[in-house]
Design a protein around this ligand. Structure first.
Ligand SMILES: Nc1nc2c(ncn2[C@@H]2O[C@H](COP(=O)(O)OP(=O)(O)OP(=O)(O)O)[C@@H](O)[C@H]2O)c(=O)[nH]1
Length: 566
């Protein structure tokens, strides 16, 4: 019999119950430490530090799960042990064991109360867990964008639709607003290209967009493409919320550029958050809140594996506990900062520590901020998202080419290494494709450098639309591109690159009143067969050279050992 997946409430209820189940063992441990402390007339400071950590953790987790009475007693005990630790070695206050024993008794009665409490009806007091909104910016769609064109002049539309299809857009054409209306209600497109004038009304197209907005409550991303170039038509487009207005005949490439901008409002990859907390339940709880908002979370409970985990998970932000047994959060942050690659990685402490001096010490090793326990889910999500976004922007500036937004040479080379290592570990295949525009010098010389740039941008756009999000697209040099295609057979990779080549060769570019087309050549190499990333690159380069030699506008497959399958 199949069971539904547990809801967030159910998962959190389980975590709270698990915390309560662990309380007797934790209390017993604290009592053991207390015995050690009492047996030592000099007061063993190691045990005092251990006790302090145990109380601190009970306070933080207790607050997070909404067990406020328990957390309050733990806080008093934490503060008292801190005073003991801070005293000079030769000064031990009389009566200290009684105070601590008293606090431990109070904790024991709280544990008893919780053991018999009805946890289902005892929800945390200040944590509106279930209202964390799923931010729409976190979902990824790998499908080709769907564009509806509504226009009653089929000749013009055919050419536009064919050009846009070359970029990987799915195009559906409607001759009248009625069939367009039905189609939108049935399946909402990613964007619309709409004419203004139709036989049944001078602004029937834009009126239709406005009425759809009213009916559905949502604005359709839309562009106007019209024969009209007058104030009334343009105003109707503004009022219908259209993003751009083109007068016929418009260049398909210009429309594709605007469509790209509209698509760019689409989601990014989810933020990657690494949680380091020695208490699995606490890590799980904070992880649930972040996952619920669409982030990708990885947890580790051991600060000693931090560097390996950073390498494999590559987070946008580290959310760490401040007190952990092997090393504390500040020490762990200092270790992270020793690695130049992670100098800019945001580290945020999630802690019940409110001591300013301690917070300042953490800031000195480059910790970005503190989120105080118990967390308010919305605040946790907002402050993590804000910092992770900043990290993304910074990384993107460093890793991407400014003309195309593709990965630059350095990043592409790094990704070739990591993709190959990943393919080897997972026993997957990897295809490296080197692509070079044909006779591009002549394009620049004949039509100008700006026209040449337009070609480079168009090819980048074609790759972005047509390849999977798991594939890597890099601008390897001026007019040279590199693709890393995962898990494809040589036949499939060859077929895919040939389709891209054919579609690209059909795109019509404009320079002044001249029109021209451009082609590219490609060489493909594979793992397995080439087992070092340098070999993969060289084999793909040689195959590309062969494609150029054989007449350009073609794809050549490289085999291991430098042979080619033409
Ligand atoms: N417009 C523009 N041109 C570029 C850019 N980067 C490189 N190029 C030009 O690309 C051309 C490359 O020319 P070549 O290496 O001689 O090769 P080709 O003319 O493409 O000929 P084949 O590769 O043999 O087909 C040079 O004219 C460069 O100036 C760029 O960012 N924008």
């Amino acid at each position: 019999m199949s069971r539904n997946k547990p809801t967030l409430q159910e998962k959190i209820a389980r975590l709270r119950a698990s915390f309560v189940n662990q309380l007797p063992a934790r209390l017993e441990e604290a009592q053991e430490q207390m015995k050690l402390l009492k047996s030592d007339p000099e007061m063993n400071r190691v045990s005092a530090v251990e006790l302090h950590r145990a109380f601190h953790s009970l306070k933080g987790t207790g607050k997070s799960f909404g067990f406020i009475d328990l957390a309050n007693v733990a806080e008093q005990a934490e503060s008292y042990t801190q005073q003991l630790i801070d005293l000079p070695a030769d000064k031990t206050p009389s009566g200290w064991p009684d105070t601590l024993v008293g606090l431990l008794h109070q904790l024991a009665s709280q544990v008893q109360i919780l053991a018999y409490a009805d946890l289902d009806n005892n929800h945390p007091q200040d944590a509106p867990f279930f209202d964390v909104e799923k931010t729409s910016s976190m979902q990824i769609s790998s499908d080709s964008p769907l564009i509806y064109i509504c226009d009653d002049e089929p000749d013009q539309v055919d050419h536009l639709a064919n050009q846009l299809r070359c970029f990987g857009y799915q195009i559906e054409h409607f001759n009248d607003t009625q069939s367009f209306h039905k189609a939108v209600i049935n399946k909402r497109p990613d964007a619309v290209i709409m004419d203004v004038f139709f036989p049944h009304g001078p602004t029937a197209g834009t009126d239709e967009l406005a009425s759809l907005k009213e009916i559905t409550g949502q604005q359709l991303p839309s562009i106007v493409l019209s024969g009209r170039d007058d104030f009334e038509a343009r105003l109707s487009a503004v009022r219908a919320g259209c993003s751009a207005y083109f007068v016929k005949p418009a260049k398909p490439l210009d429309l594709a550029a605007v469509l790209d901008d509209l698509m760019n409002d689409k989601p990014d990859e989810p933020y990657r958050i690494l949680i380091v907390d020695d208490e699995p339940d606490v890590a799980e709880y904070h992880g649930l809140i972040l996952e619920e908002s669409g982030m990708l979370v990885y947890q580790t409970h051991k600060p000693e594996v931090i560097l390996e985990t950073l390498r494999t998970f590559n987070p946008d932000l580290v959310l760490a506990d401040m007190y952990m047994p092997v090393c504390d959060g500040v020490e762990m942050a200092a270790i992270i900062r020793q690695v130049p690659e992670y100098l800019g990685l945001p580290i945020v402490f999630l802690s019940s520590e409110t001591n300013r001096k301690k917070q300042f010490k953490a800031m000195q090793v480059g910790v970005e901020g503190f989120i105080t326990k118990p967390v308010i889910p919305e605040e946790l999500v907002a402050s993590v998202a804000l910092r992770a976004e900043r990290m993304r922007t910074l990384r993107s500036l460093m890793a991407r080419d400014s003309l195309t937004g593709l990965y630059n040479h350095t990043t592409t080379t790094e990704m070739m290494n990591t993709s190959l290592a990943h393919a080897m570990r997972q026993q997957e295949t990897l295809a490296v494709v080197m692509i070079d525009l044909d006779k591009f010098k002549a394009v620049n010389d004949t039509y100008g450098h700006m026209a040449g740039d337009q070609v480079i941008v168009a090819l980048a756009r074609l790759f972005k639309h047509r390849l999977r999000t798991t594939d890597v697209i890099g601008r390897y040099g001026g007019e040279e591109f590199a693709l890393l295609l995962k898990n494809l057979t040589p036949e499939k990779a060859n077929q895919l690159v040939n389709e891209l080549r054919e579609d690209f060769s059909k795109i019509i570019f404009n320079a002044g009143n001249k029109q021209f087309k451009v082609t590219f050549s490609a060489g493909i190499s594979f793992y397995p067969g080439n087992n070092r990333s340098e070999d993969l690159r060289m084999a793909a380069d040689e195959a590309l050279y062969k494609a150029k030699e054989q007449g350009r506008n073609q794809v050549v497959l490289a085999c291991a050992g430098g042979k080619h399958d033409d």
